[in-house]
Structures are given as C-alpha cells and as structure tokens.
Ligand binder design. Structure first.
Ligand SMILES: Nc1nc2c(ncn2[C@@H]2O[C@H](COP(=O)(O)OP(=O)(O)O)[C@@H](O)[C@H]2O)c(=O)[nH]1
Ligand SMILES: [Mg+2]
Ligand SMILES: [Zn+2]
Length: 292
C-alpha cells in the first residue's frame, strides 16, 4: 500500500501524487462510496498502484485537518489573503476572509501585491491590521520583491489564495511555484470551451503547495455565527477582555467599553472597528432571523 495526496479529481478518476512527485490515476473503492466518503483534492490517501493500463485503487482516506465542500478541498491550513493598490482594496472582504480563517483554525497571511506600483496599500494594511496578529507582507509578482518572505511563510502548508479578481493571485502563484499558470489556464479554457467551470487542482513547485481554486474568494461571513462569537475572532480585543463595564459587551457603543476606549486612543484602528460594527449588525440580523 502506498501513500499520496490527491492533486486532481475529475469524472471519478483521482490523480494522486507521492512525496517523490510520481503520480498515479486511481478510482475510489466502492466501500468508500458506501461509507459516504467522498475523496477531496488535498486528501492524503492510501492506494494501490496502477499496473500497466489498469488504474489503481484509492483504498482509504486519511484523517483530515480541515474540509470544505465549497470549494471542495481538504487539509488546507493557510489562507493567503491578497490585496493590491488596483483594484481598490475591499477591506470588508479581507475582514470576512480573516473571520473565515479564524473559525476554521486556518493560518491567515495578508499579501499586499503590486508593491512595484506603490507602497501605500501596504502602509494602510499595516496600520489597519497592526493588532490583528497576522503576517502582512509587501510583495510584487512582477518585480519579485518580497516573494522569498511569502514563500517562507507558505512552506510546509497547504495554501489557498483568496481576494478580489485582478489583485494578482494567479500571477503570484505562477511566480512562487515557477509554473506558467496564466497561459496554461488560457489554453485550457480554449480547449474546453466556454461552458466548463474551472476545477480545483493542487499545484506544487519550489517546495510550495497551493490549491488553485477561485472558491476561497467567494466565502461569506459564517452565517451560523452567534453575535457573542464575533468579538472572539478579533485578536485586537484580547488585551481588553473583562475590562468593559458590561460582561456581555459586544463593543458596539455600550457605555464603559474598553475596546471603544482603545479605539479612541488609537490602539485599535477606527476603520477596522467601523467594519466590525457593520459585520456585527449583519450577524445579529442573521441570528434573529434564523428561525423565520
Ligand atoms: N504591476 C503589477 N501588476 C501585477 C502584479 N501581479 C499581477 N499583476 C497584473 O494584474 C492583473 C491581474 O492579475 P491576475 O494574476 O490575473 O489576478 P487574479 O484575478 O487575482 O488571479 C494582470 O494584468 C497581472 O499582470 C504585480 O505585482 N505588479
Ligand atoms: Mg486568477
Ligand atoms: Zn466593550
């Protein structure tokens, strides 16, 4: 029995890569289907080798550290949230992606791309997320600046990339892994025609592993969040735990709020707080309407 990781799945056939890089095309054993176990890209699996023309068998899915159905991937443990000077940053999307990562115990990294154009976006990000406990890296997929630091952060992790369209995710992945993703996807698109939806694949290169899927950018605020859970997902509130006048303070303009005081003193960014309050309203509304 061999061990590998699923890098692609299409039409019931799974491509599995061994640590050596050797790949195998497999079918899943019927017993997995009977047990309602659907193999996902990113899964570590036990399998039997293909012999000649015959495909091998995917025998067993090893325990997952994380799993998602949309996008359908397993074992992601890092999310590279990407922003850039153009298009104009959607910081609310960044906040939502941070929340998503924190609810799933996925390590977030903020990559501020296109630093060859301006450093201003990085300065802005560093100010807004200074107390948010995450790496904020200034990078350029064009000039290569900062890519070594981003690669260091990513090494050893299975990474997803998320962010607005046009911030440079594909180009970053191409540069970091040294693969021609951009023209590859273009030719693949021509070959398959316009109807096909892009499927998820696990890409690797230079010792880095990335799940290439647009799905991570479409994630919304976790809708099952309780209002009281939201502040727990903001690391910048931690120093003020238990210091608000009310035990149940949600830091939304209640009197005697220690977080609001920290905001006034400039220890927590005001814009980040404004977006927090907007998200809190959304979570509270969803919560109230959950049985309607
Ligand atoms: N100046 C500059 N342009 C970049 C950089 N990275 C990507 N781009 C350009 O931004 C556009 C969108 O890039 P793409 O990788 O397709 O973005 P995606 O939609 O996030 O995958 C393309 O025209 C890229 O050439 C960068 O670091 N600097
Ligand atoms: Mg892209
Ligand atoms: Zn408070």
């Amino acid at each position: 029995m061999r061990t590998g990781q699923i890098i692609e799945g299409r039409g019931g056939l799974y491509t599995v890569a061994e640590d050596s890089g050797a790949t195998h095309v497999l079918r899943a054993m019927n017993k997995l289907r009977r047990q309602n176990q659907t193999p996902l890209v990113g899964d570590r699996v036990h399998f039997t080798e293909s012999v000649g023309e015959k495909h091998g068998w995917l025998m067993e899915i090893l325990p997952r550290t994380s799993e998602f159905l949309r996008p359908p991937v397993a074992n992601v443990d890092m999310l590279v949230i990407t922003v850039a000077p153009v298009p104009v940053p959607d910081w609310l999307l960044v906040d939502k992606l941070l929340l998503f990562a924190r609810t799933q115990a996925i390590i977030p990294v903020l990559a501020v791309n296109k630093c060859d154009i301006t450093q201003d976006t990085h300065v802005e990000a560093a100010r807004m997320y200074r107390a948010a406990q995450l790496d904020i890296l200034s990078v350029s997929a064009v000039s290569g600046e900062g890519l070594d630091k981003l690669a260091d952060a990513m090494r050893g992790h299975l990474c997803g990339f998320a962010g607005q369209s046009g911030v440079g995710k594909s180009r970053l992945i191409s540069s970091l892994l040294d693969i021609d993703l951009v023209s590859q996807s273009v030719s693949a698109r021509i070959e398959r025609g316009r109807q096909t939806t892009r499927h998820t694949a696990l890409l690797s290169g230079h010792g880095l592993r990335v799940l290439d899927t647009p799905g991570f950018s479409l994630l919304e605020t976790p809708d099952k969040l309780e209002p009281a859970q939201l502040p727990e997902l903001y690391p910048e509130f931690e120093p003020y735990l238990g210091q608000c006048r009310f035990l149940t303070c949600l830091h939304d303009r209640e009197p005697g709020c220690a977080v609001a005081q920290a905001e006034q003193q400039g220890d927590i960014d005001a814009q980040r707080m404004e977006r927090y309050r907007a998200l809190l309203t959304t979570v509270q509304t969803n919560w109230r309407e959950r049985y309607d």
